[in-house]
Design a protein around this ligand. Structure first.
Ligand SMILES: Nc1ncnc2c1ncn2[C@@H]1O[C@H](COP(=O)(O)OP(=O)(O)OP(=O)(O)O)[C@@H](O)[C@H]1O
Length: 376
């Protein structure tokens, strides 16, 4: 893996670092890294891994660039709105470093494609924003014996850890399931589209993720394995927690191997909770068309989308307690909704005896799913 003239010039500041030098730069050139999620965390990670000279960078993301992404997903600009993130990222990164190979996968990582995608790479970066995908990445990385760098952010706080790493002595280090054996309740799980996030935070955490990848590839410094780093952007406090490997949790990751396709990660992440009734956008459409008596409740405080469902009553989540009795006096079906279907779950759980309310539903996927259905 020799470096050409242009590369020697491009990587000069790396080459003069004794910890990286020519050997480290060649190791980077040989390395293959798969970044899953090209959003808030993925953008900075991708920019710095590409700049560092990782020889092959894969980018998995089915999403398209939206205006509300731009404040933190600074790899993109207004001219890319509507393009696939993975493709827009490849186009920008090609210009940043033409000496590397970039590959866009405009699909969602799933149990069906995970072996194929992950097995082609040496290191994985989890830059996604949801628990089913985090468990999915963990299980396939454990199965395929790949280290991965996990990052997450919420409002002003972020955390990261290197998981499923094998150290110099051949010891296997903790995995995601060792850290979180069970998924959190959906409404307590962080969600930037509901809670917000300060734009610089994914920049900080995503860069730390890239730094861990570079250290692993070059074999320098102390890899953040067996530890979780937490950062608070308001106080600048950084905390490091130790975590232990738990063989039982590791075995859970492997319990479905090699027949992973049968494992439903979405249900796994919602099964720890008492079920509430869900209604899909398709079914709600049908019911409304059949003139069924349905009260729609919009619980959004600061709506992301201007659209509303027809004849909906607006009761923001923080005013709900005071209005609960008015809502439930009606003998009709009640459908709660918000932009993405998470705050509406929170709203339903605030209702007294919500488990026994047969006529109360959550609109799955919220207004986003409804608008998608309307476009069909
Ligand atoms: N299973 C998955 N496979 C590939 N990419 C995923 C998967 N799950 C989530 N992602 C991607 O991870 C990225 C996470 O980015 P981020 O947290 O900034 O959220 P976002 O979806 O871009 O924004 P918002 O939620 O505010 O609309 C998104 O681009 C999303 O499409």
């Amino acid at each position: 893996m020799n470096l050409n003239k242009e590369e020697i010039q491009y990587y000069h500041r790396h080459l003069i670092l004794p910890q990286i030098g020519k050997t480290g730069q060649q190791a980077l050139k040989k390395a293959k890294v798969l970044v899953i999620g090209a959003g808030g965390l993925g953008c900075p990670t991708l920019m710095y891994l590409s700049g560092a000279g990782v020889g092959r960078v894969g980018i998995v993301d089915p999403d398209k660039v939206a205006v509300s992404n731009l404040h933190r997903q600074v790899l993109y600009g207004f001219s890319q709105v509507g393009e696939f993130k993975a493709e827009a990222a490849v186009n920008r990164l090609k210009d940043l470093n033409p000496n590397i190979v970039l590959k866009a996968y405009t699909q969602r990582l799933s149990p069906e494609n995970a072996v194929d995608l992950i097995s082609q790479y040496d290191v994985v970066v989890d830059a996604t924003d949801n628990f089913p995908t985090r468990y999915l990445i963990n299980d396939f990385c454990v199965y395929l014996d790949k280290p991965f760098v996990s990052g997450s952010i919420d409002r002003f706080q972020g955390q990261l850890s290197v998981l499923n790493f094998t150290d110099n002595q051949g010891n296997k280090c903790p995995t995601y399931r060792c850290l979180f054996p069970n998924p959190p309740a959906p409404e307590t799980a962080p969600d930037c589209s509901q809670n917000g996030v300060i734009g610089v935070l994914p920049g900080i955490i995503g860069n730390l993720q890239a730094n861990e990848v570079i250290k692993m590839i070059c074999g320098v410094g102390e890899v953040l394995s067996g530890k979780v780093l937490m950062f608070d952007a308001l106080s600048n406090q950084t905390m490091l927690f130790s975590i232990q490997r738990n063989e039982q949790a590791v075995q859970q990751a492997l319990q479905n191997a090699p027949d992973f396709e049968s494992f439903d990660y979405e249900s796994f992440c919602s099964s720890s909770q008492q079920k509430i009734n869900e209604i899909s956008a398709v079914d709600l459409h049908k019911k409304l068309q059949n003139n069924e008596k349905i009260q729609l409740i919009d619980v959004r405080s600061i709506p992301e989308f201007q659209e509303e469902l027809p004849n909906a009553i607006r009761i923001p989540l923080n005013n709900l307690q005071a209005n609960i009795h008015n809502i439930l006096k009606n003998d009709c079906q009640v459908v709660f909704y918000c932009d993405h279907g998470i705050n509406s779950i929170r709203a339903i759980r605030m209702l007294p005896n919500h488990q026994t309310l047969k006529n109360v539903f959550n609109l799955t996927g919220g207004l986003v799913a409804w608008l998608k259905e309307e476009k069909k």
